[in-house]
Write a protein that binds this ligand. Structure first.
Ligand SMILES: C[S@@+](CC[C@H](N)C(=O)[O-])C[C@H]1O[C@@H](n2cnc3c(N)ncnc32)[C@H](O)[C@@H]1O
Length: 333
């Protein structure tokens, strides 16, 4: 019997790319990530990535980590937050946070992805005591595609469905500040679906009434109308991966936030971040890790990826806003 090709499986395969990149960057000392290898059945079979991929992984992981930490730190009175990571794939950020100084600030950390991805992640968690012990008591659900513990929840959901359907699954707390994370996810979805998700967060997360504060952190490729973008699209298309949700410019990323009701927003390329937002001591440390000789190519790649963040109702908006700090602002440059 004819069965249509599963076009989503190509999209899902991008999670392995991200996981392999994280493993490579952590092995080589770019980022601390003792958890990544636990999500692979044969981590020893994964080769390290080229230097420019490692640098990109370092910059995006470091930037998103800093934004998450600062969002939590800004919540008044040292209160708790809930984090919703969409298209989370095999991301390890929960384990890094839950074993770090901010662990008591997490009320809920929910990860959402396709069921094929969540069931594989749930199996890894179940198999590795090191992952499971961080969760405390936990149980599998929905035929092994979901997993629940007191703080951490893993749920299957196709993000192209209306966000109201997602909200109905989440059991979020209307009283808590909420941070939405979408790391390299929205480009794989139709632009309307990404916009609807961003708007749903500012419009009250389906909890009735506008609730604040809410923040969002994105990482994604953009500006693919040039020769570099053409090659990237062709390479992805050869694997069956399409990226209908990519935006043409940094400005468009901020406009999307504004259209979705955020009152503060920023977007930086990884190249901006590398040049102006990393303390010199950290840049010097990373320069010793491996020899990078393709600097022109590195610049080109980094100029096509952005970290972007936006908020509504977060303390300090308009003053010292939530965001990445330039090197030299309050730290060694
Ligand atoms: C490039 S990976 C990124 C994974 C993770 N956020 C990270 O940064 O390592 C993209 C992820 O988005 C997920 N994804 C893409 N479209 C999705 C959709 N419509 N519904 C649920 N998940 C989706 C994929 O399955 C994959 O895990």
């Amino acid at each position: 019997m004819f069965s249509p090709p599963d076009t989503d499986s190509a999209t899902r395969s991008t999670d392995q790319d991200a996981l392999h990149a994280r493993l490579s960057a952590s092995r080589l000392g770019y980022i601390p990530d003792p958890w990544a290898a636990l999500f692979l059945s044969r981590p020893q079979g994964v080769q390290n990535r080229p230097g420019l991929i490692n640098v990109g992984t370092w910059l995006r992981t470091r930037s998103v980590d800093l934004l998450v930490e600062e969002f939590i730190a800004r919540v008044e009175g040292g209160g708790k937050v809930q984090v919703l990571s969409v298209g989370a794939g095999s991301d390890t950020r929960f384990w890094r946070l839950a074993t770090g100084p901010l662990k008591d600030r997490l009320a809920k950390y929910i990860e959402v992805d396709f069921p094929e991805i969540t069931s594989s992640k749930a199996r890894s968690i179940w198999k590795h005591a090191r992952l499971k012990v961080v969760l405390g008591a936990c149980k599998l659900d929905a035929g092994g595609t979901a997993l629940h513990s007191e703080v951490y929840h893993l749920l299957p959901f196709d993000l192209r469905q209306p966000p109201a359907a997602l909200g109905a699954l989440l059991n979020l707390d209307a009283a808590l500040p909420t941070l939405l994370l979408a790391e390299c996810v929205l480009p794989y979805m139709p632009p309307e679906a990404g916009g609807a998700l961003l708007h749903w967060a500012t419009a009250g997360l389906g909890l009735g009434g506008e609730r604040v504060p809410v923040g969002v952190v994105l990482y994604e490729m953009f500006g693919l109308g040039d020769a570099f973008g053409g090659v990237m699209r062709e390479n992805l298309a050869a694997r069956g991966v399409s990226i209908p949700g990519t935006l043409p410019s940094l400005h468009a990323l901020q406009e999307r936030f504004e259209a979705a009701g955020y009152t503060q927003s920023s977007a930086l390329t990884l190249q901006d971040i590398r040049t102006h937002y990393v303390p010199r001591s950290e840049t010097e440390r990373v320069a010793t890790l491996e020899l990078i000789d393709e600097y022109e190519e590195l610049d080109l790649v980094l100029r096509h990826y952005a970290v972007a963040w936006a908020s509504k109702g977060l303390a300090g908006e308009g003053e010292g806003e939530w965001g990445l700090r330039k090197a030299g602002e309050g730290e060694e440059s």
